[in-house]
Write a protein that binds this ligand. Structure first.
Ligand code: 2HG
Ligand code: ZN
Length: 477
């Protein structure tokens, strides 16, 4: 509408002057305006908005971030914090002339403490580098997901990244022992200092985790590490029906020490096989598949898994299955799950990242299926996800003949109905990808007016000039 347009326009020209002001205020700061960098760093993995940042800043130190934020606050320059840009909700998209703050040059490992079992890293360190460092030290960083080779620690913290082993290890939140954050006044906030126990009032660290870049810029994180995992095996199971899926989950969880329990539909399998050139994993085609990973250090544990498998097959829940025989097969089987997102990215899909309590998954999926049949029977819908956490990724594929804009308009209509159902079942419209730009109009579906008002109040305290990721997460007033 006109008001939004004017506001954006005002912000735009402000940002243009702002980039020049930033250059004057922070002469040492690397500030890039090359078209290719604006394009690459102005977006994440979403494809529904064109990037158009005014500039991309590459600070090299905490001090530079502080100076940059202080100047941005003084000149009201909107900033979009940017990590590995693998986000799926548009949280790192700069579509309105903002200045992107990239942490690509802040990749130092600051400290490793074997006794505390913590590693302190700058925000731009890539997730896989933390995992590798932990392994080198005989320890383990358990947050793991397909984008771990590009995603950065700052972004993981800002979105409270989840992934495939949340079932065993929890979300990023569980692993953050300390944070350094630059607030909207350019002050450096040091949260929790790596402590295990700290009962000294509000734990601001937890407000920053999952704040999607709207409260402050995360510049450093102290992450907890843990014991290396036991040897594991992976089973890929062909499941007869939705009800059988939950029966199998209950049986497997009772008998085995699960680290992951993921599901995919036959459509998801079709796409990942095509995209990755993979053979059929099982002889029998099945409507649903499960990938279950479990601790398996001894033959007795494998025997228990096979016995559980037999029992589920006798009940008619399982139609077929395979179990990994070595680490190479573990990696191969994981490709059927981890490769799905990439294999459908070119459509592009309209993503929904939903959650309900595990016990409500069958009802939710059944009702969603009926809803989609009613409102968009012509669209292909691909379901997969972390079903052991009640987290379902619903990807609606754009038909090649439909324009992106028309597809987005349809997707909005689908989202509204989907979120109403999610709300009815007490679920969430974002389980792990965040609200960002794309889900922002629907936040009020799952958070009350009182909650949103409190969030706005918190935002004002942290970011009085309103410069951090404007237009994300919180709905327009
Ligand atoms: C996954 O679990 C990621 O693979 C991406 O969260 C999900 O692409 C998606 O919808
Ligand atoms: Zn996921």
């Amino acid at each position: 509408d006109a008001l939004t347009y004017h506001r954006r326009h005002a912000m735009n020209s402000n940002a243009m002057n702002g980039a020049a002001a930033l250059r004057r205020a922070c002469p040492q700061l690397r500030l890039v305006t090359d078209a290719a960098v604006l394009e690459s760093h102005g977006r994440d993995w979403t494809r529904f908005r064109q990037p158009s940042p005014a500039a991309v800043a590459f600070p090299d130190s905490v001090r530079e971030v502080q100076e940059l934020v202080a100047a941005a606050a003084a000149h009201r320059i909107p900033l979009v914090p940017s990590g590995g840009r693998t986000g799926l909700s548009g949280g790192a998209v700069a579509a309105f002339g903002e200045v992107v703050v990239s942490f690509d040059r802040m990749r130092r490992i600051v400290a490793f403490n074997p006794l505390d079992r913590t590693v302190t890293v700058e925000a731009g360190v890539v997730t896989a580098a933390v995992q590798a460092l932990a392994r080198e030290k005989g320890l383990y960083y358990p947050v793991s997901f397909a984008a771990e080779g590009s995603s950065q620690v700052g972004g993981n913290v800002a979105t409270n990244a989840g992934g495939i082993r949340v079932l065993r290890y929890g979300l990023t939140r569980e692993w953050v022992a300390g944070l350094k954050v630059v607030t909207g006044r350019g002050e450096l906030l040091v949260c929790n200092r790596g402590l295990v126990k700290n009962a000294s009032g509000y734990d601001l660290r937890h407000l920053l985790i999952g704040s999607e870049g709207t409260l402050g810029l995360i510049v450093e994180a102290t992450l907890r590490l843990t014991d290396p995992p036991l040897p594991s095996k992976v089973m890929l199971l062909g499941i007869a029906s939705l009800d059988a899926l939950m029966e199998v989950f209950a049986a497997v969880r009772g008998d085995l020490a699960l680290t992951a329990f993921e599901f995919l539909t036959d459509r998801a399998l079709h796409h990942v096989r095509q995209g990755q050139g993979l053979p059929a994993p099982l002889a029998t085609p099945c409507p649903l598949y499960v990938l279950a990973e479990f601790d398996c250090a001894a033959q007795s544990e494998e025997d228990r898994a096979l016995a559980c498998f037999e029992r589920c097959a006798e009940q008619g829940w399982l139609l077929d299955g395979v179990i990994s025989q070595n680490d190479r097969q573990v990696a191969e089987l994981w490709r059927y799950r981890e490769g799905i997102s990439e294999s459908i990215s070119h459509f592009p899909p309209y993503k929904n990242d939903l959650s309900v309590t595990v016990s409500r998954v069958p009802e939710f999926l059944r009702r969603m299926d009926a809803l989609l049949q009613e409102i968009c029977p012509e669209f292909e819908v691909v379901w997969y996800g972390h079903i052991g956490d009640g987290n379902l990724h619903m990807n609606i594929l754009k038909p090649p003949s439909l324009e992106l804009q028309a597809f987005e308009a349809r997707s909005h209509e689908i989202s509204s109905r989907t979120y109403a159902l999610t709300r009815e079942l007490g679920g969430s419209i974002s389980a792990e990808h965040g609200i960002g730009l794309l889900k922002r109009p629907w936040l009020d579906q799952v958070r009350s007016a009182a909650e949103i008002e409190l969030m706005r109040g918190i935002k004002r305290v942290f970011d009085p000039a309103g410069i951090f990721n404007p237009g994300k997460l919180l709905p327009e007033m």
